[in-house]
Design a protein around this ligand. Structure first.
Ligand code: OGA
Ligand code: MN
Length: 304
């Protein structure tokens, strides 16, 4: 198979075609798809014809799929636990009007990378569009490998070996979710290196996100200023692009080499149905342990 790969930016993002993702794929095809992801960081497959089952089956070529947490008192919208809900609909299919949940989802409009607040990192996310708003609702991506490459040497030296503490509740707080700093501090955090080396290419990437609360060993103000500076650096126009969705489009991104954020749209009046599978870094396909449920129970909160 030869995939057709059209770069979006010279170093980052590609529109990929030439394969039917619904069909069984042989080892060589799977390898080419994974290699193309590792090379470009974000791959856009248009008009895939995927549904819930084939989306999940295809996603498994990347490894173990995480399970979305079940939240007490809240009905699941999807029967498959592998599907995370990135849309704005209720389980009954109506447009969500719950203010807290809307605010919670607003956190995804800030630059982030999925699940950096968990000790076990997520590698790839695969987001499939079912219904899209007539205006807005695009998704933005930022190239954290090229951003790292282009950092001044003094900054590379300054951040070498640093670690960040991440919390989902930091990004929710930044988005306006009613939580105090003390409440964020009391909830679980995950410590992650600020620079990750990508095994397949040997390139370094900034592992930053709006979930990042502290730089380990720095006063909070100083740490947050550094986190903001790095996010601002990595999201300059030369590192970013947006994807405008149509139903059936699938975008795969590598959470370890990119950030993303959702674009604004009229959440109270326009429908957006987007479903995501997420791959656990380094875990075998049949890996059983899924700590999301525990994380959300211990946070007494809602899913991200
Ligand atoms: C996600 C996410 C943004 C969007 O699914 O992880 O951040 O535009 N989505 O839906
Ligand atoms: Mn996300």
């Amino acid at each position: 198979m030869a995939l057709t790969v059209k770069p979006i930016l010279p170093r980052f993002g590609a529109e990929v075609s030439g394969v039917d993702l619904r069909a069984p794929l042989d080892a060589a095809q799977r390898q080419e798809i994974v290699d193309t992801m590792d090379r470009w960081g974000v791959c856009v497959y248009r008009d895939t014809g995927l549904n819930d089952e084939s989306h999940i089956a295809f996603s498994r070529i990347f490894g173990h799929l995480e399970s979305a947490p079940s939240i007490k008192g809240r009905q699941r919208r999807f029967t498959h636990s592998e599907l995370f809900d990135a849309g704005n609909l209720t389980p009954g299919g109506e447009i969500l009007q719950d203010e807290n949940l809307i605010l919670h989802k607003k956190g995804d409009r800030l630059w982030h990378t999925d699940s950096s607040f968990m000790e076990m990192r997520s590698s790839y996310s695969l987001l499939l569009a079912y219904e899209v708003p007539s205006k807005g609702g695009e998704t933005w991506f930022a190239d954290t490998r090229s951003a790292y490459d282009d950092l001044p040497d003094a900054m590379k030296a300054k951040i070498a070996g640093l670690e960040l503490e991440h919390s989902l509740w930091q990004s929710r707080r930044l988005a306006g979710f009613p939580l105090s700093e003390v409440e964020v501090d009391a909830r679980p955090k995950a410590r992650q290196p600020l620079v990750l080396e990508q095994k397949s290419t040997g390139r370094n990437a900034l592992y930053v996100a709006s979930h990042a609360l502290d730089v380990v060993g720095m006063p909070r103000d100083e740490g947050q200023a550094l986190i903001e500076e790095l996010i601002a650096f990595a999201t300059q126009p030369q590192y970013t692009f947006s994807v405008t969705w149509n139903p059936g489009d699938l975008v795969i991104w590598d959470n370890l080499t990119s950030m993303h954020r959702g674009g604004d749209f009229d959440v109270l009046n326009e429908r957006r149905d987007m479903r995501r599978t997420t791959v656990r870094e380094g875990a075998a396909p049949d890996h059983a342990d899924d700590p999301f449920g525990e994380y959300f129970r211990s946070s007494m909160g809602q899913p991200g």
